[in-house]
Structure formats: structure tokens, C-alpha cells
Design a protein. Structure first.
Length: 270
């Protein structure tokens, strides 16, 4: 299904913050008619007001998709508004962190088609990656529709089960923050070695962006790309001896960090 095909039944956004806004921008650019979009957002941005979408008005009786993009702490008050759309043919596509499919089924009805997705913030520039999983009532056509919608903001992968969503959240959902912190700390380390702060930040930012692009484009795996940069006994080898230390380096540190994020995700889902 093409995004423009949604115009007949309409699309509802419950919440339109940064992530929802990035997705909406991609859909409108992809041909979705603004008049087919209905947004429920108590604090609309000036950008949203200028898109021509229907804002905080009456909803269509049977929209093709409802995107749930509210913060988890707002879910209890926001979701019940959409109960009349449950147990039908409307697909509920959730990008809300920590909210289980079973919660949507309990509020909307246990026959409601639900697809849960975990995108990440590079979606804002169309470079995100989303993992999705659907319940038993989400048809293959609806799964494909969810993929089509999410491709407006980047890549999409399917999960074999919802039990993996906390791990995905810990790796790709929270992962951009880890990379941003890497840029911060690389720049700070460069300043400690005598570089100007603006130059150190420029070097760190461009290096991480370039290395990520190379990892994405190359047929070599990251381990081989690392080896390609590392001359025996050279400067990179000296740095990697510190970074790859089994007890204090990246392997142990990132394992602990990702595990902490995954455990917090499980707590939020209770």
C-alpha cells in the first residue's frame, strides 16, 4: 500500500511531539493528503498548526490507522478516548515506549489489531530504524502498512516476538544517546590533549558520522573495519588496548549499559 492510499479512511495521531512530528512530516512529503490526517495534541507546535491537518476535532468513524505517540505517563488518560475505534479494522500503531500490546488490548478490546514499534531519534532526518511486532489480530496487510508508514523515517525490521522489544529499546531505541555521549567524550579527550573545543567537537562529530556511514555501506563487518584501521603497534592499537579491555573497556561497559536499559524497559512495562 502506498502512503497516499490512506487518504480514503484517514489517519489519526494520538500525540504529535518530536517523533510523531517527524513521522507526519515524512508522510506528508510522501503524498499523504493533509486533510486525511487527524491529530489529537494538547500542545501543538506552530509547525503542526501550519500543516493543514485536522487538529483536535472530530475523528473519522473508521480510520485506517491510529498512531499512538504519547508519553507513557500520559497513556492512562489519552488512550481511552479512542476506545470506540477498538475491536474493528483500525490498526493501532504504537511508538510509545514501555507500553505492552496487552495493555492496548485491555483498553481497546482484545480483538483490536495492534502493532508495537520502537523507532529512534535519527528518524527526524529519515535515518532511523524501527523494530515492529504485531498481535494475532494484525493481518499481514496491516503489518506491511505499518512497515510502509515507518519507512518514511528510516529502516524497519520485524521481531519474532514482543519479548525482544526491551532488548531492541536498549540497543537502537536508547542507542543514539550512547553515540552522542561518545562524541561528547571524544571531544573532551581531544581538548585534554590540547585541541580547541570547537575543533575537537568538529573532529569527533565528523569521525563518528563518517564511521557510521562506512559501517552501513561496507560489506565488511565492524570487526574487520576495526582491523582495517589498526596498524600493529600503532596509535590506534594503543587506544584499542584500553577500549577493548575485558574488565574496564567497551565490552563490559556497554554490556552493563544495555542491560540496565533493558531492565528499565521491563520495569516501565509492568
Amino acid at each position: 500500500m502506498d502512503i497516499s492510499d490512506l487518504s480514503a479512511r484517514g489517519l489519526v495521531l494520538l500525540g504529535c511531539g518530536k517523533m510523531g512530528g517527524a513521522m507526519l512530516q515524512g508522510w506528508l512529503s510522501g503524498g499523504l493528503a493533509a486533510e486525511a490526517v487527524h491529530v489529537l495534541e494538547p500542545y501543538p507546535s506552530d509547525w503542526l498548526k501550519g500543516t493543514g491537518v485536522a487538529l483536535n476535532g472530530d475523528l473519522p468513524a473508521n480510520p485506517a490507522v491510529v498512531l499512538v505517540a504519547v508519553k507513557p505517563q500520559m497513556m492512562a488518560s489519552a488512550l481511552p478516548v479512542l476506545t470506540p475505534l477498538g475491536n474493528g479494522t483500525t490498526l493501532f500503531l504504537s511508538i510509545a515506549a514501555g507500553t505492552l500490546i496487552s495493555h492496548y488490548e485491555s483498553v481497546l478490546g482484545d480483538k483490536t489489531p495492534v502493532v508495537r514499534a520502537m523507532p529512534n531519534t535519527p528518524a527526524a532526518i529519515g535515518k532511523g530504524i524501527s523494530a515492529i511486532v504485531g498481535n494475532a489480530h494484525a493481518s499481514e496487510a496491516q503489518m506491511q502498512l505499518a512497515e510502509t508508514l515507518l519507512r518514511a523515517i528510516g529502516q524497519v525490521v520485524r521481531l519474532p516476538g514482543e519479548h525482544l522489544m526491551d532488548a531492541v529499546t536498549a540497543v537502537s531505541g536508547s542507542g543514539p544517546a550512547y553515540v552522542f555521549h561518545l562524541i561528547e567524550t571524544m571531544a573532551a579527550a581531544g581538548v585534554a590533549e590540547g585541541l580547541r573545543p570547537d575543533l575537537a567537537l568538529h573532529l569527533a562529530r565528523a569521525t563518528v558520522a563518517g564511521a557510521g556511514a562506512l559501517a552501513e555501506a561496507s560489506d565488511d563487518d565492524p570487526a574487520q573495519l576495526r582491523v582495517n584501521v589498526t596498524s600493529p603497534g600503532g596509535t590506534t592499537a594503543a587506544a584499542l588496548q584500553v577500549l577493548m579491555d575485558a574488565d574496564t573497556g567497551f565490552p563490559a561497559l556497554l554490556k552493563r549499559a544495555v542491560h540496565a536499559a533493558a531492565e528499565r524497559g521491563k520495569e516501565l512495562g509492568k
